[in-house]
Design a protein around this ligand. Sequence first.
Ligand code: SF4
Length: 387
Amino acid sequence: MANHARLFSASGSKTWLSCAAAATAQLEYDNNSNVHADLGTLVHKVGDLCLASKDSRDAEHYIGKDLKKYFPDGLLVSTVFPADMAPPIQSYIDYCRALQTRDSVMMVENRVSYRPWIAKEARGKKNEEGFGTADCLIVSDNILHCIDYKNGSGVHVDVKNNTQAMLYALGVYNELSFLYDFDKITMHIVQPRKQNICEWTISVKALLRFGKAVTKRSRQAVSKNPKFTPTPEGCQWCRKGMAGDCDALIAHTLAITSALFDDMTNPDKRTLLDNKKLILSTIAAVEKNVIATLEAGDEFDGYKLVEGRTTRKWTEDAADYLQENYDPDEIYLTKIIGVTLGDKLLSKEEMSQHTFKAQGSPVLAPESDRRKSIQTDVTDEFSDVTS
Ligand code: SF4
């Protein structure tokens, strides 16, 4: 029996909206929570508590406090709020508070349903699919702000055409359109640990067009033979793909790579670069899959398991031995602290006086990248020739 709560989740929507087959194909693979996800849940909770507090509480209030009463299922590894998470969530709290006006209404951690846009035949019987929790909603006049906090510091989350945010926006529209007469929705992503704060406004008309696409895709997902459509965005977080177990993805990756190596044209090179992440992650997933096969005692033609390279390490009693037999100058290295620790020790003025940002060496980025392109001036190289 399909788990419908996971089948059309908003967080996994990039995958099932890109590939109709992915919705059901990845159900058999684990979706284990990890320490990073746990931390995000805890940090979100502090944001909710502060925004909902009557005394405009700040995140600092919760540092070192055990919040386990909010997580009675005991699933989180740690429920003590760490000090280093206070500044990022405080930026989100300040951001939401700054959007408030005298006439606006703020709603925190609101459960919203985009179920009306999941095709009837794709809905489970228990009403469990098509729900999400909107971190913070602010309604004023004819505009609705939908603010989502992201605790990650790895992947930059863009707001434009972000399907998770758009599904939440549909859910919010579903819940509030009979009360308020808004004609546009502004979605915001606040991801302070990645220095990313962005917003994107969509008209209700365009949002409802997206809703139609959701209905169509969910109908295809539960059809007899849903189509596998490998794409870099869709496959990136697909559990079937990450398990190295998707034939369609492997065939697609092989097709891209095998046709290209003779007389590569510029469009060929671009195809390779556009698919770099997909190719590398497919290879990594297949490697993991083969290791698991060999570890289970099965054979895999052409490969075996060997002991990995290791480096020499001191034994447990080595420190005592060195201290007894050698001078401190010989066995200890003293080095200056890094700039991150410097931030904690020095004032802002001192830091700006004694630090500088070195110019980064050029890296390749797609046109859509938000950074400015480097202007290279090749005439310098020919100055000797022209003068
Ligand atoms: S890995 Fe890609 S092609 Fe395969 S099921 Fe997942 S999204 Fe679809």
